[in-house]
Design a protein. Structure first.
Ligand code: FAD
Length: 312
């Protein structure tokens, strides 16, 4: 085998620099959705098993609109507790449920050994971006839900953060005030919406830090393989899609293999740049597939527990 090529660090791009550093001390987490069918369940568990050895900080399971996945989310996180070494977090929303109903779900999680909840207000069912009408007997927003969860048991509570502000928010300052209120209510971590504007993300998180908020911020990373699908998902959430991303996918509608290679490359570069800026927490939206996220983790030096980088 050839001797390793010695290059000055400046000659390497961010991805190669990440590789050159060898095994990293990044904290990664993986988000999954509860499966709808037996086949989807099989695929999900293959993905979980593939990613488990990377020893993620936590894994999370989403909660469908209006509590539609209540049973499936519960079943999935409980199976994770019982059958894996993972530390699962259950997403929970306030949508179309009374406080008593939500509290019952929270208590059931605690009784099943779940110790981490991702507390969210949620969107009106079938209507991301539509007007949210809270129930009079329900939790009003993520702040109230966080306080409600903490009143039941000493859960770890993660909350949302929007680098391009929440679509209902009047300003960045308001979103930062909301995050502060959630921290005061007991939130211990923020997980961001996915984004593509890295400079904008850095400016935003700088403002969050300047406001005195010091909880970990996990950068939400979405490896994009389906550009049209991304547009449908991103627009109602107010997430800008840069023109260069469109160019990269242009003409590849019938070429999923190339799209996947591009997805991996874009996400790995985003993470490597953020790592150079001091970020160490990455939350991957897996869409219940392991291969891309596994490859990105390899690029970043996140390896199976006990594995050594060749040059580290
Ligand atoms: P909140 O932060 O509660 O904000 C909602 C509104 O209330 C805003 O207008 C805000 O300004 C206001 N508000 C909140 N707290 C205060 C306060 N203290 N004072 C004044 N105003 C306040 N959706 C799902 O349905 N299921 C999921 O599993 C899911 N997972 C997600 C995971 C992540 C990491 C993220 C970023 C989003 C997720 N979502 C999920 C989407 C989320 O439910 C929507 O974006 C929803 O519109 C807002 O929920 P939130 O908890 O961010 O809202």
């Amino acid at each position: 085998m050839n001797a390793p090529l010695e290059l000055p660090p400046t000659a390497l791009g961010p991805v190669a620099r990440a590789g050159a550093r060898g095994q990293s001390r990044l904290n990664v987490s993986f988000e999954f959705s509860p499966p709808k069918t037996e086949e989807a369940e099989e695929n999900l568990w293959q993905a979980i098993r593939r990613l488990e050895p990377l020893n993620p900080e936590f894994v999370s399971v989403t909660y469908g609109a209006g509590g539609s996945t209540r049973e499936r989310t519960h079943r999935t996180v409980v199976r994770m507790i019982n059958e894996t070494s993972l530390r699962p977090a259950a997403h929970l929303t306030c949508v179309e449920a009374s406080r008593a109903e939500v509290d019952e779900v929270v208590q059931a999680y605690w009784d099943s050994g779940i110790r981490h909840i991702v507390a969210l207000r949620g969107d009106p069912p079938g209507q991301i971006g539509g007007a949210y009408v809270p129930r009079t007997d329900g939790y009003l927003n993520g702040t109230e839900l966080t306080a409600g969860i903490k009143a039941i048991a000493p859960f770890e509570v993660s909350v949302s953060l929007y680098p391009q502000i929440h679509p209902e928010s009047p300003s960045i300052a308001h979103d930062i005030d909301v995050l502060k209120a959630k921290v005061d209510a007991g939130a211990t971590r923020a997980i961001t919406q996915f984004f593509f504007d890295v400079d904008g993300f850095l400016r935003f998180t700088d403002q969050v830090r300047k406001a005195g908020i010091d909880i970990p911020i996990c950068a939400g990373i979405m490896p994009v393989t389906n550009f049209k699908g991304l547009r449908r998902m991103a627009e109602p959430c107010g997430i800008d899609i840069p023109f260069w991303l469109g160019n990269l996918f242009d003409g590849l509608d019938k070429d999923p293999d190339t799209r996947r290679l591009i997805a991996c490359s874009v996400a790995a570069e985003t993470c490597a740049r953020l790592e150079e800026e001091g970020f160490s927490d990455f939350h991957f939206y897996t869409l219940n597939r392991a291969d891309l996220v596994y490859a990105i983790c390899r690029v970043l030096g996140v390896r199976e527990a006990g594995a050594q980088g060749v040059l580290s």
